[in-house]
Write a protein that binds this ligand. Structure first.
Ligand code: PEP
Length: 243
């Protein structure tokens, strides 16, 4: 079964979401687990309306547990809304908000402490891709992001391999590369966590849509993290229909 997880980023509004909910509820796709990472303020509404048919997650959380951190939202607060997962280390957080591997590691620890599945995003920049550093970069991101987390704490961890140059650009990595990198990630996790690593899902993200999804998601790839094409319910559902 493939996971098709949307990431709304800072998009949508209450009216658009009402229409999305109406269209999404009509979906009947077997063998696909849909999920939506949505802005904090809409979590409760989406959970209430779509929580039975769709995993519901947040797009970020604080690296701190509580205190004087104006504007931050803790993993403990998110747990109050029974969210299913939370994105961590999305490339937009890493680049625009200068998040470091160390902060990402703290966020993952906060999520695990609060029994929320981390959806941990990794991926190389265009420069790193051109320098053929993809494996080196993702190895470092995985080792630093998961530092101090042991095999019994993985809490259904999901990893999304998202080449930064493919996010929102209309360009995708090719199917062979996605398959190879997924295999590399799964082997690395096997070395780190042994048999327990087999529960970790590895998704691909970067300009996935209903036309390219079936070609990009080989058997080894557990699904997709989808930005732009998750904003419209029909387009989003069609990705699930086509994989
Ligand atoms: C993303 O934001 O994680 C993403 C993959 O975006 P898009 O599908 O728009 O490239």
């Amino acid at each position: 079964m493939k996971y098709i997880i949307g990431n709304w980023k800072m998009n949508q509004n209450a009216k658009i979401i009402d229409n999305f909910i109406k269209s999404f509820k009509k979906n009947k796709v077997n063998n696909v687990k849909f999920g939506l990472a949505v802005p904090y303020v809409y979590i409760e509404k989406i959970k209430k309306k779509l929580g039975k048919t769709c995993l519901v997650g947040a797009e970020n959380c604080s690296e701190y547990s509580s205190g004087a951190y104006t504007g931050e939202v803790s993993a403990e607060m998110l747990a109050d809304f029974n969210i299913d997962f939370c994105l961590v280390g999305h490339s937009e957080r890493r680049t625009i908000f200068a998040e470091t591997d160390e902060q990402i590691n703290e966020k993952i620890k906060q999520l695990i402490k609060n029994k929320i599945t981390p959806l941990f995003c990794i991926g190389e920049t265009l420069k790193e891709y051109e320098n053929k550093e993809t494996k080196k970069v993702i190895k470092k991101q995985i080792e630093k992001g998961l530092k101090g987390i042991n095999a019994s704490e993985l809490n259904n961890l999901i990893i999304a391999y998202e080449p930064v140059w493919a996010i929102g650009t209309g360009k995708t990595a090719d199917a062979k590369t996605i398959n190879n990198i997924t295999e590399y990630i799964k082997n690395l996790l096997l070395k780190m966590y042994g048999e327990n690593s087999k529960s970790i899902k590895v998704l691909y993200g970067g300009s996935v849509n209903s036309e390219n999804a079936s070609n990009l998601l080989t058997d080894l790839v557990d699904g997709a993290l989808v930005g732009g094409a998750s904003l419209n319910a029909e387009k989003f559902i069609n990705i699930g229909r086509n994989v």
